[in-house]
Design a protein around this ligand. Structure first.
Ligand code: MG
Length: 302
């Protein structure tokens, strides 16, 4: 209780000292980076003065209370956070999602001869509806969305084929992938009992990051990726300003924790990332010679 009182006192003191400033110098975004920085520095100086003045009291605050002071916390009412309707269960699309595949048709999809990154022209989709989802034929190419995306949350369910002989191992067993913006592959593979290189198994950012753990289900069982992706921003034609970032939850388990993607997926050998500026891009489902099946695909643009 005493600590709360001290915190309130500090917050009020800081608020009063700010209120004495000339109008127009408070921290409203002006678009002018320099003046915002100067204002922040002035705020920090005032906070430092107050902390010095009330040092013994300030030291008694908890870390969270100290943080509240430094973040100048306010109760912000507007604009109100948009209300959406969640799905009946968490795997159902919420009301603000774009449904990319609901089992009924392939209207959202087209095809490229291979991926990631081509070459190969676009053509109408030749994947088929089978085994409760969408699936490539042996003659199909990589599927890709007709729409393009930047930052997003993606839900996708997949299963690798059953009945493959035991001699089919490693990267040949159920290989597919979710290729983001036509450049960055999240690996799909039968990784239940099929050793391969750790950064090439299911849940890997292919050839870059192994998954933190292996929560794979058996071949033929439905598995889920929840992918949160932040697209890169570019400094120039060949360099990221901020790299792409990705978080992956695989069958309900965190396997990639906001990792920074180093460049477009490359194979084979040691990656030599050749970065080329790109804009928004499609979601691709890799055709790697396996009838991997996909269902319940939806995306929320962020
Ligand atoms: Mg693959």
């Amino acid at each position: 209780m005493k600590q709360l009182f001290i915190l309130m006192l500090l917050l009020i003191s800081f608020g009063l000292s700010n209120a004495q400033q000339p109008a127009g110098t408070k921290t409203k975004p002006t678009g002018d980076q320099k003046s915002q920085m100067e204002q922040l520095q002035a705020n920090y100086a005032k906070q430092a003065e107050l902390v010095k003045k009330f040092k013994s009291s300030f030291d008694s605050l908890t870390p969270m209370q100290k943080n509240m002071f430094f973040t100048e916390i306010k109760h912000i009412m507007d604009p109100e956070v948009p209300k959406i309707e969640p799905g009946k269960i968490d795997s159902d699309p919420p009301s603000d999602a774009v449904v990319l595949f609901n089992g009924k048709d392939l209207n959202e999809w087209e095809e490229v001869s291979r991926g990631p990154g081509g070459p190969g022209g676009k053509k109408p989709i030749t994947w088929i509806l089978k085994d409760g989802g969408m699936q490539p034929t042996s003659a199909s190419g990589t599927a890709q969305t007709k729409r393009v995306f930047r930052d997003f949350q993606l839900h996708i369910e997949w299963k690798t084929p059953t009945g493959l002989p035991a001699t089919v191992t490693g990267q040949d067993r159920g290989n597919s992938g979710v290729i983001i913006q036509g450049n960055y592959e999240v690996q799909i593979l039968d990784s239940y009992s099929n050793r391969t290189y750790r950064n090439g198994q299911a849940g890997a950012v292919y050839m870059q990051y192994a998954p933190l753990v292996n929560p794979s289900r058996k071949e033929g069982e439905w598995q889920t990726y929840e992918i949160v992706y932040t697209a890169p921003r570019f400094k120039d034609n060949t360099n990221y300003f901020t790299p792409p970032r990705i978080t992956i939850i695989y069958n309900g388990v965190l396997v990639q924790n906001n990792v920074a993607i180093q460049g477009p997926t490359v194979f084979p050998g040691i990656p030599q990332y050749i970065i080329k500026e790109h804009g928004d891009g499609p979601i691709q489902l890799q055709q790697h010679g396996n009838p991997t099946t996909f269902r319940n695909i939806w995306i929320r643009e962020l």
